[in-house]
Design a binder for this molecule. Structure first.
Ligand SMILES: Nc1nc2c(c(=O)[nH]1)N[C@H]1C(S)=C(S)[C@@H](COP(=O)(O)OP(=O)(O)OC[C@H]3O[C@@H](n4cnc5c(N)ncnc54)[C@H](O)[C@@H]3O)O[C@H]1N2
Ligand code: MOO
Ligand SMILES: [Mg+2]
Length: 601
């Protein structure tokens, strides 16, 4: 991919003396790198001296390599603010409308934007923009112009085919969305950047919840259902012991017989010095009103058949002692479910307890892995091929979280095969969770196939590491997750996006769909990335506090990083003044597993 070279020139007396004080220059560099995958950035700092500013700009323009120069600082009304004056003589053409767009956007944020005199213009092949000096201002100005830059640069560079294409798009004769050939079959070979904006994680998640239908396979009337039976349906003994009348006293009692769980309620007459031996869960004899546990009795005598015939009751029998009254756990006509809870464990077992059965259809999910390099773990190694870990991993994750995997398949990197397979699969499933084939390669066919199948591509990139090319698409009530092929990217994006979507479809409450989040204290220093990062870590508990240690190299191909991983630490993206997460700092972490603490100390 051809790179775009940017120059960032900080104009400031203070920063010139102490470059550590420069916040705006590093901020611009970070913004450029986040927005343009193919960017290179050259940086310099000059004092507020017209000659020195001009000299630096001229050198950069004459190099002929820099496509954009962003200056920051020196645009105000102070006597030493001379950046526009230094810039103006170098310009071949002024671009007042571009300066106007920046001014209009900035004025929406603060009226003080009226006090900036920044210019925009073209010098040779280079676009120059003067931004104000503050970190906030450069961020706002950059966000305002970044979408215009690629087309502006095509025009300046006289890249005719690209210019025509953009014009066609703007005028409506081509699809609005800029589409790369290797990803959609449209567009042309000069389209080198992904057309998909890198959306924030939370935005993607909200979009998923807004798109996926919460079919709640469960009829809401279920939550209103009253119990058709009492639990227990008879007065049941809570203990193994002896059932008797509480009006009698302690002391020796004749044992009339044994009542086991499952026996019909006994209606024989019962005197105060008589009792029945009884088991836990068995129905109390009609004339008894309490049970004395076996530990509070002693055996005095057996009959000739070896059956107990006389026992000593050592405690005073109390009415109701160790008896569960009829309907104590659930009374007839009471609601079976005090609150909605779609867990199949909950629904099915409670219904079973009142003599009802319900098949709960779960979302129908298929796992598909794409990649011509993939071998089944059952195969022998073949040069150039690798073993497929994602199919196994994703199917196991579904099972781990209580969902069924209806189907797995492995596809080669072929448009035709992918299209045919997805067409067939969506006849029978609601969700396809696919791995691989969503990035920028000319064999990454997943996005073009989805478009061909008339799916709406809601998201093609997310601002996260790992998992950037995550793709989410839908057509009617069918949903597609294109997880990136790198195994760890697939692992992380399954947990953060696919799992919440499936839970949501299954009727879970929204706050419960995502992994629970706890705070953990870092045990390692960790360099922050330009994207927010989800770092695998194992957690130990020391004196009640949670400490996280990162599980080795976090490259997205290294599946070993999930070994012992209890959580994904949610680290923020790097900023100009924060490059590192330090040991001892506390961060939120998404809990991957139920048994999530590896060690207690
Ligand atoms: N020019 C660019 N290239 C890439 C970018 C980018 O932004 N620009 N993004 C990179 C990122 S980030 C990721 S993540 C990957 C995602 O790639 P794809 O989803 O297209 O997946 P593939 O290219 O098919 O495979 C990537 C990698 O993973 C291995 N793989 C794939 N499937 C499996 C599997 N089932 N089991 C084990 N390993 C698998 C595959 O062999 C590749 O090594 O793209 C980057 N590229
Ligand atoms: O997003 Mo990729 O998952 O950084 O390797
Ligand atoms: Mg790829």
């Amino acid at each position: 991919m051809e790179s775009i070279i940017f120059g960032v020139l900080t104009v400031s007396d203070t920063c010139y003396q102490d470059p550590a004080k420069d916040k705006s220059g590093p901020r611009l560099r970070a913004l450029i790198n986040e927005s343009f995958a193919n960017a290179q950035v050259t940086e310099s700092i000059v004092p507020d001296e017209k000659d020195l500013i001009q000299q630096e700009l001229r050198e950069w323009i004459d190099l002929g390599e820099l496509r954009v120069i962003l200056t920051t600082g020196g645009t105000g009304f102070a006597p030493r603010d001379v950046t526009p004056e230094a810039t103006k003589p170098l310009l071949d053409k002024e671009c007042p409308q571009l300066a106007l767009v920046i001014a209009l956007e900035s004025l929406k944020k603060t009226r003080f934007a009226a006090l900036s005199r920044g210019l925009a213009g073209i010098a040779g092949n280079t676009l120059i923009l003067n931004f104000p000096g503050s970190e906030k201002a450069v961020t706002e100005c950059f966000e305002t112009v970044k979408d215009l830059l690629p087309h502006a640069l095509n025009l300046i560079g006289d890249e005719i085919s690209l210019v025509r294409k953009t014009h066609a798009e703007v005028q409506g004769s081509a699809p609005q969305r800029h589409i790369c050939p290797h990803k959609t079959g449209k567009g042309n070979d000069y389209d080198r950047n992904s057309p998909f904006p890198m959306l924030p994680v939370q935005e993607v998640l909200s979009m998923i919840f807004d798109t996926v239908k919460r079919t709640s396979n469960l009829d809401t009337s279920l939550w209103q259902l009253n119990s058709p039976v009492n639990i227990p349906p008879f007065r049941a003994s809570i203990k193994d012991g002896y059932a008797m009348k509480s009006t009698g006293f302690s002391g020796s009692k004749r044992v009339l017989g044994c009542i086991a769980a499952g026996d019909a309620p006994n209606s024989s007459p019962l005197a105060e010095d008589e009792c029945f031996k009884i088991n836990t869960g068995a129905p109390l004899p009609l004339e008894a009103d309490c049970v004395v546990q076996v530990e509070d009795t002693e055996l005095l005598q057996r009959d000739k058949h070896g059956q107990e015939s006389l026992v000593n009751i050592k405690v005073e029998p109390q009415a109701g002692l160790d008896v569960r009254p009829v309907g104590f756990d659930l009374s007839i006509k009471d609601r079976i479910f005090p609150a909605p809870d779609p867990s199949p464990v909950v629904v099915k077992s409670l219904l079973a307890s009142v003599g009802k059965r319900l098949a709960i259809p779960k979302p129908r999910v298929a796992i598909v892995s794409t990649g011509s390099e993939l071998l089944s773990p059952r195969d022998q190694p073949v040069p150039g091929k690798i073993f497929d870990s994602n199919t196994t991993m994703l199917a196991e994750l579904l099972l781990y979280f209580g969902f069924d995997c209806m189907h797995t398949s492995v596809l080669s990197d072929s448009f035709k095969q992918t299209k045919e397979s997805l067409t067939d699969l969506f006849e029978v499933v609601d969700f396809v969770i696919c791995s691989g084939g969503v990035s920028m390669g000319d064999k990454d066919f997943v996005k073009p196939v989805l478009e061909d199948l008339q799916f709406k591509l809601h998201c093609g990139r997310v601002n996260m590491k790992p998992g950037k090319p995550l793709t989410f698409a839908s057509r009617n009530d069918k949903y597609f997750f294109g997880l990136p092929g790198n195994p760890v990217s697939a692992f992380v994006t399954f947990h953060l996006f696919a799992l919440p979507a499936i839970r949501w479809a299954a009727g879970w409450d929204r706050p419960k769909c995502s992994l629970p989040v706890v705070n953990v204290k870092l045990l390692n220093d960790f360099s922050l990335d330009g994207r927010p990062e989800f770092v695998r870590a194992s957690v130990i508990s020391k004196s009640g506090e949670l400490y996280a240690s990162v599980t080795g190299d976090q490259i997205s191909s290294r599946l070993q990083s999930i070994v012992g991983a209890d959580v994904l630490i949610n680290l923020p993206a790097r900023t100009s003044d924060r490059y590192e997460a330090k040991a001892g700092e506390v961060f939120p972490a998404s809990v991957l597993r139920y048994d999530f603490i590896s060690k207690y100390e």
